[in-house]
Design a protein. Sequence first.
Length: 219
Amino acid sequence: MKGLYFQQSSTNEEITFVFQERESLPVIEDNFVKLQVKACALSQINTKLLVEMKMEKDFFPVGREVAGIVLDVGNKVSFFQPDDEVVGKFPISNHVFYFHKPAKVPWTEAAGTIRDGVRAYTALHYLSHLSPGKSVLIMDGVSAFGTIAIQLAHHRGAKVISTAHSLEDKQSLEKLRPSIARVIDVSNGKVHVVEGCLEETGGLGVDIVLDAGGGLEKV
């Protein structure tokens, strides 16, 4: 069985992805699911963190967001059956890490949205408890994470404000439906995000700030 790995050069600059054969495969336990992978995302590797933790390796496994067809399930798995189309974290893992893929969603899109989709849902649902009528500022809304967060926020009935770093990004965000309450163009450095939010909310400010590159903060 082949595995996809991240390989970093000795200069710590050049990054490559390689396939390697694996001789030993994980055993299918009673609560495990095994997939035939149709598409996977190339997971980012935080090499600096691994160095700090003294966990450097020549090769790091990637492709931790996968979409595929169920080949086999453990004796205690009842929610999934062979030939089911699913999305999850690993080709072989506990059944709690998988969910059924919508039939109309392509394999590549299903695998490519897991990481940012889970992050956005966790931030809005579990951390901020977003509810109808709330206002949320989503920084860098044109990013993959930001775009998903905007759609989820609208689905919850929230008022969405977002920032853009170029005219092209601003125009892309303004085309989204449902429409964003305000897109703040910060590319020239002259526009103040706080002032824009206060103006849009009648001086009340937003309930939640979601930073695609940072974290979540209540304001």
